[in-house]
Design a protein around this ligand. Sequence first.
Ligand code: PLP
Length: 397
Amino acid sequence: MEKRRLYMDYSATTPVKKEVLDEMMPYLTDYFGNASSFHLFGRETKTALDKARKQIASLVNADPNEIFFTNGGTESDNWALQGAAFARKNKGNHIITSKIEHHAILHTCEYLEKVHGFEVTYLDVDADGIVDIEQLKREIKDTTILVSIMYANNEIGTIQPIKEITEIAHEHGALMHTDAVQAAGNIPVDVKELGVDLMSMSGHKIYGPKGIGSLYMKKGVRIQNLIHGGAQERRKRAGTENIPAIVGYGKAAEIAKGNMESHISELTRLRNKLIDGVLERIPHTRLNGHRTNRLPGNANFSFEFIEGEGILLLLDQLGIAASSGSACTSGSLDPSHVLMSIGLTHEWAHGSLRLTVGDFTTDDDIDYILENLPGVIERLRSFSPLYQTYLKEQKNK
Ligand code: PLP
């Protein structure tokens, strides 16, 4: 029997949809011109570039002139933070972010602190992962030049009240950036409604190719350039445009916009089936993140008495591709900064598992997980000294 290949890691990346690939292909062969060239070949790709910019803008209700292509979410985050910090350093040196941001934000903040002397406040979050608004109000000051809070968390899926946070930032004259890499294309995002100044997006989270993304920059907002060179992207982001990837990203955005309602309802249904099934079948389990105010495809669990890495290994043997919340796989034994920030103990944080569903997930996939996961957890617990101690304690009660 052929081994099952079940992908449950759509928050890490998504496959390129067939319609997206079809749109990209001619731009690798027939239409290969440099979009800056004057001749016909250049004009062909320039037209494709303009079309994709409109498709991305339309997904988030921006003006096409407010969209700048980058090589992905990480570059967009770096550009927003460094660009805003360096452009506004005469006004102040204070930046506010949260403790649960992606490392593209956290490590850029550390760099701005250590190398350039900026002061960064990292806001706490509550047990569901929602940013502490009262703390934001207390910490924001005249020298605050930028607030950067992610729209939806990549580990636990929690969605932040970005509009409210933006209003507070603006009342104090600070720019507002949101990392919408996990949100845009997955849930409705409207930059006008939110009022944000800067917003990061990425192609490979929405069934587009990898290595392409964008930064939304509200009309009138000025930040410094990050990448220097030619005059591309209206002199703001140098480098010959990756037209096939941009065309694919544009098409993916168009599809995401058209399918938004059915995408949300179907993913939410599958995710709820998974969450309910896991909590029902496996004792000593908790769901991390807000029960309902979360990304439609995200489920994140912690299983008491065991380690996330063991779960991943056994699931991998069953053909199930999942992700753990902890950073152990990357060589560090530290548990996830997100799970620690929502108040989990080291033990609970180490036993975490993220399962994210997407457009190609089926009921049969969820059933397969619900059939197999309880056995995996049971097996790992049978080797766990912590679990054996717990059982003995229960017996002696
Ligand atoms: N921000 C968030 C919230 C993410 O989830 C990711 C990717 O996992 C990134 C930024 C980085 O995006 P990219 O992989 O396009 O560089």
